[in-house]
Structures are given as C-alpha cells and as structure tokens.
Design a protein. Structure first.
Length: 200
C-alpha cells in the first residue's frame, strides 16, 4: 500500500534582476525551448533585451534526472545549458550572483538571497510557489515527486497510527518540513487519511 506523506518539489527560479524586469512565470513549452537552446534572450519572453543564462545540475544528479524526466518524459534527455553544478548550494549561488539566469532548484535552497521563484503554466494550470491551491505541493505540479511510506496490504492499526501521525500537523512540522520538503496540503492529507483503516 502506497501512502504519500510529503512532496519534493523543484521550483523554477531566476536571478532577482530577471524578476525585476517583469518575468513572473513561463509556460511548459517555453521551459522546454529554454532547455533545448531555442530561447536564448529574455526579450523572447517579454523581458529586457538580455542574454539568458541557463543553469542546471550535473548529469547523474537526482535533481536533474527528476527534472528532465518530468519535462521531457525521458530521464536521459539531452539539454542545452551554459553551466552545470554538482551541488544545489553552488547552483543557487550562481543564479543569485548572475543578473540573467534561470534554473530549477531543490526546494531547500529557494530562500537564497538574490533569486526569485517564478510560476509555471503547465497544461492550462499555473503553479506558483506561494499558491495554496496550485502550489508546488499540488498533485499535478509537473516538477515534483511524491514522498512515500509503504505497508503490505492489510495495513495494521500500528502501521496506520504511524502514517496518521506523519500526516498530522505535528508529523508534517517535525519530519517533513525540517527535511526541506513540502508538507502536504490539507486536501491531499485527507485523501491519504481516507485510505487508512477506519478505526484510526
């Protein structure tokens, strides 16, 4: 039995200067074009006439594998980027120190000074970091992966009690958020609780 207890989201982020020029979000097709080298200037997205610096994680990193798998439906997809970084911290610093960069990033580093999260419109829905309804913890957010706990079929009362605790405010605040993952929204937590034995 698969129980979802949190979300590992990958926000899209840009240098603060890019956000200041009015770039607050992009579409899925634009994201694909950026990482295939077909969009190379911010003016193509309504911003200033400034060259775009496309950054990413190194090949083989879990963050990159998840990103290209979600965007291109292929974990081995080749992308066109200006620089790759082995650590999320180095990547976050590079975005912040630039004035024209865009990248995906592990959630833990989104609060780095000098960078700004932007929204992603995907298949008609716009997802943004600050949005409670269509935020990065939404089930359909394309740049994310759920975090799971598993039991055998016939989940026992003791197992259900542990999962229920992880789904509680205490569990989300104690075990999910401190590990730099998204807590599940109220709607998804209730969906998961509904799968547990009735006595819990």
């Amino acid at each position: 039995v698969d129980d979802v207890v949190g979300v590992d989201g990958q926000p899209l982020v840009v240098s603060q200067e890019v956000a200041d020029m009015g770039i607050s979000g992009i579409t899925g097709d634009e994201l694909k074009d950026i990482y295939k080298g077909r969009i190379t200037n911010w003016s193509e997205l309504g911003g200033d006439d400034k060259e775009m610096q496309v950054l990413a994680r190194v090949k083989g990193s879990g963050t990159r594998t998840s990103f290209v798998s979600n965007v291109f439906d292929n974990p081995e997809e080749d992308t066109t980027v200006d620089n790759r970084y082995g650590q999320n911290q180095r990547l976050a610093q590079a975005i912040a120190q630039a004035n024209n960069a865009i990248s995906y990033l592990a959630l833990a580093f989104i609060d780095t000074d000098g960078l700004a999260p932007i929204g992603l419109e995907w298949e008609g829905t716009t997802y943004s970091y600050q949005d409670n309804q269509n935020g990065l913890d939404a089930k359909a957010y394309p740049l994310s992966r759920d975090l799971h706990m598993y039991t055998w079929e016939g989940t026992s009362m003791k197992e259900a009690a542990v999962i229920n605790m992880i789904l509680s405010d205490f569990g989300q605040d104690t075990f999910v958020a401190p590990n730099n993952y998204f807590k599940l929204g109220a709607r998804r937590r209730e969906e998961q609780r509904a799968k547990l034995p009735d006595q819990v």
